[in-house]
Design a protein around this ligand. Sequence first.
Ligand code: NOJ
Ligand code: CA
Length: 567
Amino acid sequence: MRNLLVFILMVTAFSTTAQNTQKWWKEAIVYQIYPRSFKDTNGDGIGDLKGIIEKLDYIKSLGVTAVWLNPIYSSPNDDNGYDVSDYRNIMSDFGTMADFDLMLAEMHKRDIKLVMDIVVNHSSDEHEWFKQSRSSRDNPYRNYYHWWPAEKGTPPYRYSLFDEKGDAWKYDAQTNSYYLHYFSVKQPDLNWENPKLRQEVYDIMKFWADKGVDGFRLDAFQFAAKDVTYPAFPEGFEKNFVQYYAMQGDLHKYLQEMYEQVFSKYDVMSVAEGAGRNFQEAHELVDENRKELNMAYAFDGVDIPKRTGYSLDHFKTVFSRWDSAFAQEGWLSIFLSNHDQARMVNRYANAKPEYRAASTKMLNTFILSMRGTPYCYYGDELGMTNIGFESIDQYKDIAAINGYKKVVNTGGDVQTYMLDLAFGSRDNGRTPMQWDNTKNAGFGTGTPWLPVNDNYKKINVVAQEKDPHSELNHFKKMVQLRKDHPVLVYGKYTLLQKEHPDVYAYTRELDGKKVLVVLNFTEKKTVIQMPEAGNVGETLINNYDHFSIRKNEILLLPYQALIFELK
Ligand code: NOJ
Ligand code: CA
């Protein structure tokens, strides 16, 4: 009996510590850079690696500990680098391998880690593998991709996210066959069922790990494995395509192989884009004992806002459910934006001039006070906003342009589509970084590849560095707070008053230390009654210069964000 008790205690202790095991990647604060838009040093209008090097002291000043770079490999740029034509080379727009080596060394000198984007669900159609593969049916590279011989008839319909017809099979006359592309026609899907292809990928990853990179983000990886018998999917499956595309076949086997060959050999962090179709699959990707990945990057959070708005209740539900599903095992990423989203302040809060600053600070308080590794997208520390394009000619993103063609071709509602783009297009989140109030916001001397947002004279780094109450300085304060308080990294999360319509309140708790986070998600003054109000100690964060507490009530100004120590 006594032994059983000891055993139960040990198991309980083990399962809590498994979650709380300290790891650098759990404590990391990741800053995501879209290299094309960060800083241009040679006047061609395109950000480059030298630009990132130039801005490393700025990145360091934020306090962040890691940088995730969107793809920087050679690419014809059909999808801005997510179509790789040479995985061991640097895109000429961005610079050279020597620039890369210097950038990495300079990052490490500043104790900043580098996470690379690995894009291996597909390559570019200009990759040597694909050129070989399409050249003849018996080419040694034929099976690096997915081919369907035309004599078998039309292949079973597959949906493509970026194709102007939505069709993922493209006919190629050279060998009278179709190839598969879940994304654009210039992004043929790699055949993960081929062990040779898998080995090529692990070798590529080792090439970068040997250079000293600290982590990998695996692009679209949940789609990588496929049933190569290409069964027919039910009509209308495309409305729910993730159910059919994600976590197929031997995906876990491939991840375990990747772990064995790459992750286990280096001190690197690993995160896959996507987290499966449910919590169980998310756990199967990241639970430590399975030896696959370190953390999940789930989309439920960024799927919440719609052009017509969203409910705070929904927001609380999503983040709380993910937290509780990972309370014992596994680890999450926390983010509200990235290069596939419009600006976070437009989507989750309020970009009107009178509320933009407060609501930006509030959102950053949220990201940096949740359990999970926070990812902050460049410019969100300043509260950069959507650009507000009105005509399709202004867009550069293949998703926007081909999506438009599809709507036109199918007689869809173009006006609604344009409104959706203005709210949610990826180009909104890709405009040049706003460094100062000089020409092109200090991004570079040449015409930027995507226009600078007109509000750069007001929203820029130099202006915000000078203002102690700026969004930027609030961001830095939050970063420091997280670093100083392990409770914000590892502490247990408890949602308070789920039903409150305006306020998102929660506590975090670790080793007897407890903090209270209170966030007003609305443009109204509001009040929340809670016993904790009578028990607050030091104020750790406040995005205004004052706050009011009356007995058991906390009064909040529009978008006010507060963090207190609880006695
Ligand atoms: C997901 C990436 O985040 C996105 O930017 C890209 O277009 C697709 N994968 C295709 O690589
Ligand atoms: Ca440049």
